[in-house]
Design a protein around this ligand. Structure first.
Ligand code: 3PY
Ligand code: MG
Length: 251
């Protein structure tokens, strides 16, 4: 499934995914039943960790939905653990330069090229039979560009062999230039930075993604973004009951 997802990105196809902050396998199972192209289990701003990941990853596996873990930081052992527990790949936040990107890639690969330690606890259950070569070949490494520094260094970042994708964090990117965080991405400067990242990704043959406000998803797909966050558990679970209560109470 990692290979299939990368093949779709390579062909320039837009893919749409769900973002899960809760540590609930039930929520993952429900969201995956809708048929997203991938799911992100968030360990940076959510509850995905070594204790919750096995259940979350099993829930995604029921529908064979590729599951990518956003780790809390560019931490080699944490990246290795997410992959060992069966993640198809990782999203590494706050990657600002090529050296940090190389560190993230190394964490996804075994030696001598990489730094991953061997112990594919759940990853070994997948087919084809697990080996260091299979592990190296199937672990998707996505780095986040979400600061002005990252945008300034983007050509060097995407030139790092093994960076499969760049995910732009619109909230942190806006903050980095002194704007309030918003998924609406209506600030021309933020938008220009995002298109700079997209162009660098395109030139390097690397996928680019972001999480825009729902109404703007078609715009970013038309701009050539290949992985777009479409839905987040927290947003649905807070918005929908609020709307239902307002309707029920005749507000
Ligand atoms: C950001 O916008 O900074 C994010 O990390 C979005 O997920
Ligand atoms: Mg962010």
């Amino acid at each position: 499934t990692s290979r299939e997802l990368r093949r779709r990105w390579d062909s320039g196809q837009a893919t749409f995914g769900a973002w899960v902050a809760s540590g609930s396998p039930h929520v993952v199972e429900l969201l995956c039943a809708a048929g997203p192209d991938w799911i992100v289990l968030d360990g940076q701003h959510g509850y995905a960790d070594a204790a919750t990941l096995p259940g979350l990853l099993r829930a995604a596996a029921i529908s064979r939905t590729p599951a990518i873990v956003r780790v809390a930081s560019n931490d080699g052992p944490a990246i290795g653990t997410a992959l060992d527990l069966g993640a198809n790949g990782v999203i590494v936040p706050m990657v600002d330069d090529a050296e940090q990107a190389a560190r993230a890639v190394a964490a996804c690969r075994y030696g001598p090229a990489g730094t991953r330690s061997f112990g594919p606890t759940r990853a070994a259950l997948a087919s084809p039979p697990f080996s260091t070569a299979v592990g190296d070949d199937t672990a998707i490494c996505i780095v986040m560009a979400e600061t002005v520094r990252a945008v300034e260094n983007i050509e060097a970042i995407v030139a790092v062999d093994g960076v499969h994708g760049v995910f732009i964090g619109p909230l942190d990117l806006a903050i980095s230039i002194g704007r309030p965080p918003t998924f609406t991405i209506d600030d021309p400067e933020v938008r220009a930075y995002m298109l700079t990242v997209r162009d660098a990704c395109r030139a390097a043959g690397c996928a680019v993604g972001t999480f825009p406000a729902t109404a703007h998803i078609p715009d970013w797909a038309a701009e050539g973004f290949e992985f777009l966050g479409l839905v987040a558990d927290g947003e649905i679970l807070s918005r929908v009951p609020r709307e239902m209560l307002a309707a029920a109470r005749g507000a």
